[in-house]
Design a protein around this ligand. Structure first.
Ligand SMILES: *Cc1c(COP(=O)(O)O)cnc(C)c1O
Length: 358
């Protein structure tokens, strides 16, 4: 049976990425050896790293003065690495979900953190807009897409200080004005590659201004100096990332991906809004995520939620159970998810509703 993969992360990758990764595990770049068993210092892997960095710059239109790194430790390590390297006295954060609040917790280890706005009291069902960024903070941190709660900020706000963004779950879904950011980071396992690598885009001139000592591995300058090869990089995930980046370029770049992503999300949100059985959890439609669509059953049908998950899995639709802190359903519509899968989910919703709503 064909599977429709709506997992939130690790999540669907393009068939191009998976097939080429599998091929490289057997025979990498004509070496007659697996990519798992060759030196990262060899010319074949150096070419992979170079092309992956160049493609990130090309696809996201990264200006001069920025470096592209592929680091270990996940987005969660960036929660600490960012303030370690950038926080002199005070930083401003938005509390828009679990990941944002984890980032805030780490930043507090390094200095004063001003939380400018939070939607926590409303279980993060909206993306706060009512705040002012003070001009005296070292940086302003946002989480552009809240993977668990299904809210998203699809723009690069104008603020008086440099921004830092966790774009783990929506990078490569729209053009970004990179020049507004000191650092952009993204765990790869949502829109890029298997787990194990984190994409970091960092502005070199933002570094070197804190007094504290920084351990070598946690200092971005170490990785910049060594072209993201100070130590052994996550070789296989970087290779998969390169395959995804080539695929994105072939698809027409982030503008083309944005159009597809917006179409997929619009179809699913329309089905939810037209239904008597389902309703979205995000209160302000302008901030509904196009990557993670969160919804629940309306009150009269709520006890059927588990049945619907089973109904879907019998149709090959997997990964739609909502995160435990929201309940209901979450359909993740990452770049690699084909529109046919969205249609399959909508058909399942309509059929299930016809069975139960008289
Ligand atoms: C998944 C996710 C994370 C956590 O990433 P790890 O790589 O597991 O540390 C952080 N932020 C956002 C927005 C995420 O979606």
């Amino acid at each position: 049976m064909k599977k429709h993969n709506f997992y939130a992360g690790p999540s669907i990758l393009s068939q191009y990425t998976i097939k080429n990764t599998a091929d490289a595990v057997l025979n990498f770049a004509g070496t007659g050896l697996s990519i798992l068993e060759v030196s990262h210092r060899g010319k074949e892997f150096q070419a992979v790293m170079d092309e992956a960095q160049a493609l990130v710059k090309e696809l996201l239109n990264v200006p001069e003065g920025y470096h592209v790194l592929f680091l270990g430790g996940g987005a969660s390590l960036q929660f600490a690495m960012v303030p370690f390297n950038l926080l002199k006295t005070k930083a401003a954060y938005l509390d828009t979900g679990t990941w944002a609040s984890n980032a805030i917790k780490e930043a507090r280890l390094f200095g004063e953190v001003e939380v400018l706005a939070s939607s926590k009291d409303a279980n993060y069902t909206f993306y706060p807009t009512d705040y002012t960024v003070p001009a005296d903070v070292d940086y302003f941190h946002i989480t552009t897409n809240n993977t668990i709660y299904g809210t998203e900020l699809r723009e690069d706000p104008d603020v008086p200080v440099p921004m830092v963004a966790d774009m783990s779950s929506d990078i490569f879904s729209r053009p970004i004005d990179v020049s507004k950011y000191d650092i952009i980071y993204a765990g790869a396992q949502k829109n890029l590659a298997p787990a194990g690598v984190t994409l970091v885009i960092v502005k070199e001139s933002a570094l070197g201004h804190v007094e504290r000592a920084i351990p070598t591995m946690l200092d971005y300058r170490t990785h910049i100096k060594k072209g993201s090869m100070f130590n052994t990089p996550p070789v296989l995930p970087v290779y998969s990332a390169l395959m995804t980046l080539r695929y994105y370029k072939e698809m027409g770049g982030v503008e083309a991906l944005q159009k597809l992503d917006e179409e997929k999300a619009a179809m699913l949100y329309k089905a939810i809004d037209d239904s008597k059985m389902f309703e979205g959890t995000v209160t302000d439609k302008a901030h509904r995520s196009i990557m993670n669509v969160t919804f629940v059953m309306t009150e009269p049908y709520r006890e059927l939620e588990k049945d619907f998950v089973d109904f879907c899995s019998a149709r090959g639709i997997v990964g739609i159970k909502g995160h435990r802190s929201v309940g209901g359903f979450r359909a993740s519509l990452y770049n690699a998810l084909p529109v046919e899968s969205v249609k399959a989910l909508i058909d399942a919703m309509n059929e299930f509703e016809a069975l139960h709503v008289k």
